[in-house]
Design a protein around this ligand. Structure first.
Ligand code: FES
Length: 181
């Protein structure tokens, strides 16, 4: 599992306190009050609420009777967790071994610069959320870029940027034909 350190910003949330409370009284209440429940609870909250708001992490801490800082610290360590609402399009760069040796590091660096966001973040216009994955299971097509679940194989930074431009213009990955599959 890809790990990282990142800062949790206090962005304005739309996962309202009521939604968080509803989740805490429903699915959240089923988790054992143990530190080993932190990651499963974070995953469950993100699946239900779309992302981890400060209210959600405080609620998890309350349920588990641990400091909120501990829950935030655990969440910030893993690339799988998001602290902002997801953008309209999810852009995932594979960081698995096959993709890595074929240039996914440069691909990610270039997309980070082009979109002006780091992995786990959403562009200010709310169009793209950039993410990474350990292996997408399409290693023969490395390096792989996935946009809204559609796989684009053998990507270079230039091809990937064209693909994203097409997605932005067309409003959906299905209408874009990028890459060299
Ligand atoms: S390593 Fe990228 S798809 Fe497997």
């Amino acid at each position: 599992m890809k790990k990282r350190k990142k800062r949790i910003s206090s962005v304005k949330t739309d996962a309202s306190a009521e939604k968080v409370e509803r989740w805490l009284k429903g699915a959240g209440a089923s988790f054992a009050r143990s530190r080993s429940s932190i990651i499963p609870m974070l995953q469950s909250a993100q699946a239900a609420l779309g992302y981890l708001s400060p209210e959600a992490m405080a609620g998890i801490a309350r349920h588990l009777r641990v400091p909120t800082a501990l829950v935030q610290g655990v969440a910030s360590f893993y690339a799988q967790f998001r602290f902002q609402p997801a953008g309209k399009h999810k852009v995932t760069v594979c960081r698995g071994t096959a993709c890595h040796v074929r240039g996914s590091g440069r691909l990610l660096d270039d997309l980070t610069l082009a979109l002006k966001v780091t992995p786990g973040r959403t562009t200010p216009d709310g169009v793209f959320t950039l993410e990474t994955v350990a292996c997408f299971g399409s290693c023969a097509l490395a390096p792989v870029l996935v946009v809204d679940g559609k796989v684009y194989g053998r990507q270079t930074p230039a091809i990937a940027k064209k693909t994203l431009n097409r997605v932005r213009r067309s409003g959906g990955a299905a209408a874009a034909h990028g890459g060299r599959p």
